[in-house]
Design a protein around this ligand. Sequence first.
Ligand SMILES: [Zn+2]
Length: 306
Amino acid sequence: MLPPVGRFAPTPSGRMHLGNVFAALIAWLSVKSRGGSLVLRMEDLDTQRTSEEYARVLRRDLRWLGLDWDLETPAQSTRSAVYQQYFEQLADLGLLYPCYCTRSQLHSVNAPHLSDGTYVYPGTCRNLTPAQQAAFDRKPAWRVQVPDKLWTVEDKLQGTYKENLATDCGDFVVRRADGVYVYQLAVTVDDGEAGVTEVVRGMDLLSSAPRQMYLQERFGFPHPEYGHVPMLMAPDGRRLSKRDKDMDLGYLQDHTTAEKLLGLLAFSCGITDKCQPISACELAGEFSWEKLQKADICLDITPILG
Ligand SMILES: [Zn+2]
């Protein structure tokens, strides 16, 4: 079997928080423990929130953690022309149609369905006639038609996850009205072109996998393996996020070492039996997916501060 190719695809919109660090660590350990390689990619489709300065800091943060990468592929913000080619493939297959629904129309239909807050699209614009389309005085988003078919993700950690895109998601947007290609399309293209064989990321993205599997098949990419890692929670039960400034790497670098932080993460998720400082390379010798805890992880960082 060929060595695995993993990836780490952060959004450069601020300092890494512990959830990002954890996902990056597991993605790195999973491939490095089996002699594989890792691709780094900046997911900066949202150019309002992201910057090259943050991307530089992110690379520095990863190096501080000892999580190196073998290749950095071009940032998503530079890849619009490539995404357009795949968009046109979908158009050639007759799978795209313009959607003129407003945000409030979409949200009034029903409640969010998938864990990432996706609303099921009821297909409102699927069968508009050219005359009806022409009557709208605004630019449309473009949706891809999905089949009534059950998709099964065999996740390395979460087990079997099933979703029927037709009933759980509906036809989904691949290009926004402002011309920006959406995350689902960009990720599928980038992972496929980079030859990624293993996608490791946060549990909040598990419900994205069937949409990406569907696009992979349309574009002729093989399905990668998936591993969705648990979310990190603060001792008070909140999910750790970018809002927790006291938990970002800027703060942590001033108050602890990479080895202490990795030791705490590895112990908290089940990779090691003892909470003690350890380097990423040493951890690669300890890692296996069987050891990893599946449920959300409560993380108390106070023992490693100071
Ligand atoms: Zn619509």
